[in-house]
Design a protein around this ligand. Structure first.
Ligand code: NAI
Ligand code: MG
Length: 367
């Protein structure tokens, strides 16, 4: 078997800073666990524009299509704000998502014990929380036709169309069931089948796909009730699958149950490749943070945890993913904090590098 392949795209701003810490962790896995990755690194976003005049070179795009997983830092920054829309840094990321056809967006809400106080909810509601929202990313009301602002009589009307085909629902449902199989084998599907035909079809297709996954306990919930349940008692969920619009809202809601932007990883998955692994792009939820870029202040955990997701969902190394997530938890438990995780004065924050080094030490301690 060839080594698992990984394309690293650090990008702009704090992207390269947080990615440098992930590189140390990748090296650790090779040195201490004998897990070698075939790693290549390339440009995306503003730095790619600076070099090639485009935020994503065709060669980089081609490489992204071949590898087992892409790990991206962040793109963008004030330096590029006045560029033409067609070459803006974000276009590089959008092109990756579109051409890899990444229809399944995974947003975990995971609460690290040491940060439970950081939540706006009560500590026991969030302590130990570990759920995953799967959001359909390439269809639904953000893409459906007709759309636009039209004249109707003597006023204007704004129109967007919620549209889902059976195959679009089927593939995101399969992606969610596959994830549920790697996790707690519980899946809750959310739509509004009470008021939307697309929701009725959604429920039917998800139920049908569920017959292929008899081990997964499937439930359905209206998305508005789901929002209530997510804030009331989020630990009732394991994996949630929902459409693009509801997923946009529910994933942001769920993510914030647990605290800082600097802690939030994500993944976007596409169709299975020849080797059975889904096409995959892993990235922190945060952006390039120009306000702190170049100062060694960024929290590398979101990017480190994105790599942990790659271990779990692209490389079938769930035990190693657990090890890495536990290392991050142990570091936080020991009191190490980057500036974004501190809300009191008098504690010296850890730098990006110190946080990365602390995770390496915790990994060593796990052996
Ligand atoms: P942002 O996520 O970059 O920053 C928001 C706030 O959170 C800032 O105060 C920042 O310092 C802080 N922050 C973010 N990540 C952090 C980390 N790892 N550690 C500590 N603090 C962190 O969002 P913003 O400011 O709206 O956008 C800045 C640039 O990033 C823009 O050019 C935007 O287009 C781009 N962006 C790129 C994304 C991507 O690459 N996926 C996503 C969001 C924004
Ligand atoms: Mg984002």
């Amino acid at each position: 078997m060839p080594n698992p392949s990984l394309l690293i795209l650090p990008g702009d701003g704090i992207g390269p800073e947080v990615m440098a810490e992930v590189r140390k962790i990748i090296d650790w896995f090779e040195a201490k666990r004998g897990i070698a990755f075939d790693v290549s690194e390339d440009l995306v976003g503003g730095c790619a524009y600076d070099k090639h005049g485009t935020p994503l070179h065709d060669d980089t795009m081609a490489r992204a299509q071949e590898v087992d997983a892409v790990l991206l830092g962040a793109v963008g920054g004030p330096k590029y704000d006045n560029l033409d829309f067609s070459v803006k840094p974000e276009r590089g990321l959008l092109r990756l998502r579109k051409e890899m056809d990444l229809f399944s967006n995974l947003r975990p809400a995971q609460c690290f014990d040491a940060l439970a106080d950081f939540s706006s909810l009560k500590k026991d509601v969030v302590a130990g929380l570990d759920i995953m929202i799967v959001r359909e990313l390439t269809s639904g009301v953000y893409f459906g036709e007709p759309r636009g602002i039209f004249e109707e009589g003597n006023e204007r009307v704004g129109i967007n169309t919620q549209r889902y085909t059976e195959s679009e629902i089927d593939r995101v449902a399969r992606s969610a069931f596959d994830l549920a199989m790697k996790r707690g084998k519980k899946l809750c599907s959310m739509e509004k089948a009470n008021v939307m035909e697309s929701g009725i079809l959604w429920r039917e297709v998800v139920t049908e796909v569920g017959k292929d996954y008899p081990e997964v306990e499937l439930s359905h919930m209206y998305a508005d009730a789901g929002a209530m349940q997510l804030t009331r008692w989020p630990k009732q969920f394991d994996v949630i699958v929902t459409d693009n619009l509801f997923g946009d809202l529910l994933s942001d809601l769920a993510a914030m149950l647990t605290g800082s932007l600097g802690m939030l990883p994500s993944a976007s998955l596409g169709a299975p490749m020849n080797n059975g692994r889904p096409k995959a792009l892993y990235e922190p939820v945060h952006g390039s943070a120009p306000d702190i870029a170049g100062q060694g202040k960024a929290n590398p955990c979101a990017c480190i945890l994105s790599f942990a997701m790659a271990l779990r969902y692209s490389f079938d190394m769930g035990d190693e993913a657990d090890r890495l997530e536990k290392a991050v938890n142990d570091v936080l438990a020991s009191g190490v904090r980057t500036a974004d995780l501190l809300n009191e004065d008098g504690i010296t924050p850890a730098s990006t590098t110190e946080m990365g080094d602390a995770v390496i030490k915790a990994l060593d301690a796990s052996l």
